[in-house]
Design a protein. Structure first.
Ligand code: FUB
Length: 324
């Protein structure tokens, strides 16, 4: 179904939105794309982002979008190598915690934390990455009991294929064909929000028969995890990367397993697809990006929003992304 969509930041390139409602206002935490001149490759080196902005609004489809400016940049992070990819923010006990992936000086992705007193930042980074963290795309979910979980991971340039059982392999192994697909990860956060409270666990996505999705399934996990709750169920959504879908799976608890349900967004113009799903003022929204304004340049993406609807059984109605 084709629906009314809005480009949220028409004068700049923003991607990978994470979105939350804090103090009744909607806050958007995107990646900040720019023309860095780094050539495109399968490693994602062309996504050479160097800072984050925060945006907020109280009227998603038609209201003013406030740009709170640069809230964190590579040069302020003590362990910085390069590439600030998709971040997310959570609130606890009067503080806002930004979780962000970045390559360290050995070109290994780690997750970092930065702290602010306000949802719009600026965020002050910790001196070191989180212990035992790896890969990309942290998405923080606060359950109704106040526990926070980070979903993370991404294959190819996101480096998830370099790890098994939370340990680095000597060389990367990506499952193929009928082998089970490589799962994303979920981990509970400590009460102080600064470290993992446990070892990260695999996020299993199974089909209707209970079998893990296979590596050659076009709907298998690639990157861009997001978690939201609807009617008491846990909706895990994610990007399928090289097959260009946003898909979802439903579980009974934050750890899963999650049973595959279907496609949320068909391919957009551009290689990557990445999103957040949030309820605001009684409506549900899908925030995502595409490359229409840049004329299809993969590394120059634009932030979009469209209303998201469920059917009577709680299934998400597929949205047309406008790509091929
Ligand atoms: O923005 C860089 C990477 O592209 C993100 O981390 C992925 O999810 C993809 O959108």
């Amino acid at each position: 179904m084709k629906k009314e969509a809005r480009y949220l930041v028409p004068n700049d390139y923003m991607a990978d939105p994470s979105v939350h409602v804090f103090n009744g206002r909607l806050y958007i935490y995107p990646s900040h794309d720019w023309e860095s001149g780094v050539p495109e490759n399968d490693n994602g080196d062309h996504f050479n982002m160097k800072d984050y902005h925060v945006f907020s609004t109280d009227d998603v489809m038609h209201g003013e979008i406030t740009d709170h400016g640069v809230v964190l940049k590579v040069e302020d992070i003590p362990w910085a190598g390069r590439q600030l990819w998709d971040c997310d923010v959570a609130f606890k006990n009067g503080k806002y915690y930004m979780y962000f992936p970045m390559k360290d000086r050995n070109d290994i992705f780690r997750l970092g934390v930065a702290i602010s007193d306000k949802p719009e930042g600026p965020f002050i980074p910790e001196a070191n990455p989180m212990w035992g963290s790896y890969s990309i795309d942290p998405a923080v979910f606060c359950d109704e009991d106040g526990s926070h979980y980070i979903y993370f991971g991404g294959i190819w340039g996101g480096q998830l294929q370099r790890y098994r059982d939370n340990k680095a392999l000597e060389s990367a192994i990506l499952p193929e064909g009928n082998e089970p697909a490589l799962p994303g990860r979920v981990v509970k956060l400590r009460d102080d929000m600064m470290q993992f409270a446990e070892d990260p666990r695999p996020v299993l996505i199974i089909d209707q028969e209970g079998n893990p999705l296979k590596a050659n399934d076009p709907h298998r996990f690639f990157e861009a995890s997001w978690m939201h709750k609807y009617n008491g169920k846990y909706y895990l959504s994610y990007s399928t990367g090289d097959t260009h879908f946003l898909c979802y799976a439903i579980g009974d608890n934050p750890y899963g397993p999650f049973t595959y349900q279907g496609v949320i967004l068909t391919p957009v113009v551009g290689w990557t697809t990445h999103h957040a799903i949030v309820e605001y003022k009684g409506k549900w929204y899908l925030f995502h990006h595409d490359c229409v304004p840049s004329g299809g340049k993969t590394w120059l993406r634009s932030l979009k929003v469209v209303e998201l609807e469920y059917d009577a059984e709680g299934k998400i109605i597929t949205i047309d992304g406008g790509g091929e």
